[in-house]
Design a protein around this ligand. Sequence first.
Ligand SMILES: Cc1ncc(COP(=O)(O)O)c(C=O)c1O
Length: 381
Amino acid sequence: MRTNPPKPVALNDLLRQTTALHSELAAAMDRVLASGWYILGRECAAFESEFAAYCGVAHCISVANGTDALELALRALGIGPGDTVATVANAGGYSTTAIRAMGAEPLYIDIDPDTMNMSAADLAARLTPPVHAVIATHLYGRMADVPALLAVTGRAAVPLVEDCAQAHGAAIGGRKAGSWGALACFSFYPTKNLGALGDGGAITTRDGELARRVKALRQYGWSSKYRCAEYGRNSRMDEMQAAILRAKLPHLDGWNARRRDIASAYSAALAGQGMEGPRDFGESYVAHLYVIRSQERDRVRAALSSCGIATDIHYPVPDHLQEAARGAHGTTTLAAGAHLPVTEQAAGEILTLPCYAELLDDEISAVVGALQALPQEARVG
Ligand SMILES: Cc1ncc(COP(=O)(O)O)c(C=O)c1O
């Protein structure tokens, strides 16, 4: 007798959220169609003030995407060619892209093995002049230890930029991601906890002068229409994405709660399987990605795949080991010469499981069941 193949569990399915919110999204889009104004208009202004209030800051400036947000944040801080910016090498390369776009050089800091975020101890050891700024990513939806990082950057009088692209709504002591750094950067790429139906990004800050600079830099450097005090970029949000984000923002906390519940069910299933997963499901974790670690990662991945469960690796090659990090003619750049043992070990062990708010109960049970039934050779310890 042939058994049916298991029902596949995808890593994400964006159509589910769009379908569930169809009438709210359609109303938002109709509003924009009828307005006759399509870039940086009323919807953008309203989204900026609603998102600033949500993050607990005075200013939010919408931009075209999260990478531009990082680049404009660095520009607003005056980072330029030859400067050095400290960051991590395990967060997908977005901060490196922005640092390089400024003509600056990344100085990689190793990560804390428990949280996978920037290690405050390693930052303290490496933060010697001349480092001009630090970008700390709240990776996988887990907030970095910003109080500890700020203690280090504060002593050195170096500004800290938060990369909150994976951490919309996360908080420490009730204070949200996006309200800690001199500037903070968000992406609204469709798979994010708060995702647009296209590209989008934002910068939040408590500092009025930095907000003014970012606002000018996102639109050619204009201080007022057609008046250019310094050269900037064209990195604007369109009204459609702003209206869509306004419709979605009131749902964010509920979606984050559902993501945490899924993550906690998976972690309960990991007990005794020789794998590590997230352990803390409080306010500082919004489960953007649920990532386990296993020395038998490839076997675990194959076993889950045979149960129809999709997985991915975020991210397989640390920034300092990317081909692009090699200097011209084989020379060693500061980046390529980095010594990051914790980052490098993690890259060989991490595995991302499906975790998004619209995942169905029977799909969660399928993942839990597959984790509990892993074959002996996929277990360590
Ligand atoms: C941590 C992190 N930073 C920055 C970005 C860049 O955002 P975007 O793709 O909108 O440029 C992303 C996502 O793509 C991200 O995950």
